[in-house]
Design a protein around this ligand. Structure first.
Ligand code: NAD
Ligand code: LMR
Length: 332
């Protein structure tokens, strides 16, 4: 029997990530090749005509899984009945800016859209915030939508996770799909900590630790980390626009794994509400290693953290606490 359609909201759908993301969702990349979807697309009035153009292209592409399209500039209409909300709407940084430089413009959007989601989304709607500063926007959304369970609000650090996999795969000249269990800790910013201490590569002789195969701690503790931390800026420098296809693809990975689960023994990185695990202050949206099962994520517990890592986990937590204070000062 055919499944009932799932309603997926994409805010900022007329923008460049939106343009890459909506066809992926309509093709089943996010929720599976047997899962019909109804797309809800929100943008602001100056982008209404462009948004309508995206809707026309979705019709023209004749996606078999796409059972309907709502394209609107009204947040209430956009949020009504949605089961998954991908929050991309906002303003990207330009060359030379840090992600928190777009704070004041973007956090106020998340405060106002929190209540539309809280009141009108389907119960148990899963929310993914992509727009920067992603962790802090997600925290503001959570705080201004108190009836949405904190387990349902997350932010995107899967792009950083995938970038880390990509760097290891290039360095070792192995398939990216053979590398697993990297971790992005903390903020989706240049203070994030890409950690390979528990990462492995599948080889014909079994799984081997990345550290053993790379055998170059100076690279793993230096250039590897800074390359992943600075990759967003490098893309902006090269494209004069921020990353879009990789962001859209990683957003699909994030929701797919959350809904459909992660393989046994594998984890991914998600920005989630800290419960104090790994001595990360509670009350921040912080990227952790998570495993997903039955539509729920849980933080992978018990990984040993060495002194080098501890300092990095604390530094990115510190930045998130500062961002939280700055966000509140922008909202008052
Ligand atoms: P873009 O400027 O191309 O598109 C953003 C869209 O959001 C625009 O169409 C704009 O009109 C719309 N918008 C603005 N305010 C809105 C509102 N209140 N409601 C609904 N829509 C609104 O930008 P983009 O390149 O698509 O990037 C979007 C965001 O995602 C940026 O903040 C960017 O920095 C961020 N980003 C995050 C990641 C990540 O890994 N977390 C990766 C890439 C980009
Ligand atoms: C990215 O990581 O590519 C995005 O967050 C865009 C940016 O501003 O870096």
């Amino acid at each position: 029997m055919a499944k009932d359609p799932v309603r997926v909201l994409v805010t900022g759908a007329a923008g460049q990530i939106g343009y890459a993301l909506v066809p992926m969702i309509a093709r089943g990349v996010m929720l599976g090749a047997d899962q019909p979807v109804i797309l809800h697309m929100l943008d602001i009035p100056p982008a209404a005509e462009a948004l309508n153009g995206v809707k026309m292209e979705l019709v023209d592409a004749a996606f078999p899984l796409l059972k309907g399209v709502v394209a609107t500039t009204d947040a209430v209409e956009a949020c009504t009945g949605v089961n998954v909300a991908v929050m991309v709407g906002g303003f990207p940084r330009k060359e030379g800016m840090e992600r928190k430089d777009v704070m004041s413009k973007n956090v106020s959007i998340y405060k106002s859209q929190a209540s539309a989601l809280e009141k009108h989304a389907a119960p148990n709607c899963k929310v993914l915030v992509v727009a920067n500063p992603a962790n802090t926007n997600a925290l503001i959304l959570k705080e201004y939508a108190p009836s949405i369970p904190e387990k349902n609000i997350s932010c995107l650090t899967r792009l950083d996770h995938n970038r880390a996999l990509g760097q290891i795969s290039e360095r070792l000249n192995v398939q990216v799909s053979d590398v697993k269990n990297v971790i992005i800790w903390g903020n989706h910013s240049s203070s994030q900590y890409p950690d390979v201490n528990h990462a492995t590569v599948a080889t014909p002789a079994g799984e081997k630790p990345v550290r053993e195969l790379v055998a170059d701690d100076a690279w793993l503790n230096g250039e590897f980390i800074s390359t992943v931390q600075q990759r967003g800026a490098a893309i902006i420098k090269a494209r004069k626009l921020s990353s879009a296809l990789s962001a859209a693809s990683s957003a699909c990975d994030h929701i797919r794994d959350w809904v459909l689960g992660t393989p046994e023994g594998t984890w991914v990185s998600m920005g989630v509400y800290s419960d104090g695990s790994y001595n990360v202050p509670a009350g921040l949206i912080y990227s952790f290693p998570v495993a997903c099962k039955n539509g729920e994520w849980s933080i992978v517990q018990g990984l040993p953290i060495d002194e080098f890592s501890r300092k990095k986990l604390d530094a990115t937590a510190e930045e998130l606490s500062e961002e939280k204070a700055l966000a509140y000062s922008c909202l008052t």
